[in-house]
Design a protein around this ligand. Sequence first.
Ligand code: GDD
Ligand code: MN
Length: 364
Amino acid sequence: MLSLVLPTYNEAQNLPELLPRIDAVLQGMPHEIIVVDDDSPDRTWQVAQELSTTMPSLRVIRRIGRRGLSSAVIEGFLTAKGNALAVMDADGQHDLTLIPWLAKAIDEGAGIAIGSRYTEGGSVGEWDERRHTMSRIATRLALKLCKVQVTDPMSGFFAIRRDVFEEALPRLNPMGFKILLDLLVHVDLQTRVTELPFTFRSRLHGESKLSRRVQLEFLEYLYDVTLGKYIPLTFVEYCIVGTMGVVVHLAAYFGITRLLLREGDLTLYGFSVAVLIAIEVAVVFNFLLNNAWTFAYAKLRGLRAVRGFFTFNAACLFGALANYSVSAFLFSRGHPELLSVAAGALIGVIWNYTMNRLFTWRSA
Ligand code: GDD
Ligand code: MN
């Protein structure tokens, strides 16, 4: 049996055209169609539910408070009954007539069968230059990761054998759009993969949901499965924020001394006040940006943000102490000045990061 999953977000206009056509193509083979909708504002789920009253093979999952193509597909596969699990865009871009061939490939022993735009005979159709370049770059990066060599690891149109999917499942990362790539990265090396060419058509209605946010998630994913095994992405982001914090610190210091205090008569007292205020300005900046970006997955709001801000200050204070202790210790042991300072700073940053990750932005 073939289970075809259609992830949808605002595809209400497309489903009434598409579903009957899919059903017609699949007549004569045991199949089910599963629409996984993320509570689309255009009520795609409702359109699908209405269609399902006359299409017994159609089921609808309406997810509340969730977003994401990959996770929708995984959830669809998890509820599927078939031995072959397939997915396609619900917008008419993928070639319907290929579905039975993908299913056939699985029946004949393939682990994964891909509807491919880049294999001989396939094409991306009418794409603008920007999307062309983006896709090409993404594909090239993706190919470096795949254990199994294919031409179109970013295709959203493929079928996979149930046991191959279930074996890889615990290792999958459900973020973003790159479900096929993620499978290719995580399946067994022995998995047989075949590609069938097709031409990527234009959407029937509506527009692409491949947003900048999704593209950013893709880059994060590439980092996660390579360098990220050794240095967490959040640590890199934390350091970027910290570097910007240094700039903010300097700007605040110069702002205060040059604008508020008159030049020329900067006393030690005035200097100290300016430095302390500049430090706190930088701390506030670091907290806000880390909250919005680095630890966005555990973002603090309202009262919890206020409490988190104090925890953050405490962690930074202890981080500064750790920084000082390490550098003073190394220096007192006769290590070079620069090495002592740098080692202290590194320990301070790692300390800060670890404490804030553990205590300020605990993910629930
Ligand atoms: N449930 C759910 N949740 N579905 C979603 C979401 C989401 O957050 N985002 C997108 N979809 C659905 C769309 O409604 C559509 O049916 C399908 O997933 C693919 O999204 P499109 O917006 O049509 O993507 P695309 O055509 O730009 O991208 C295609 O090509 C990419 C590679 O170039 C897709 O096939 C991608 O899978 C593929 O990676
Ligand atoms: Mn599409």
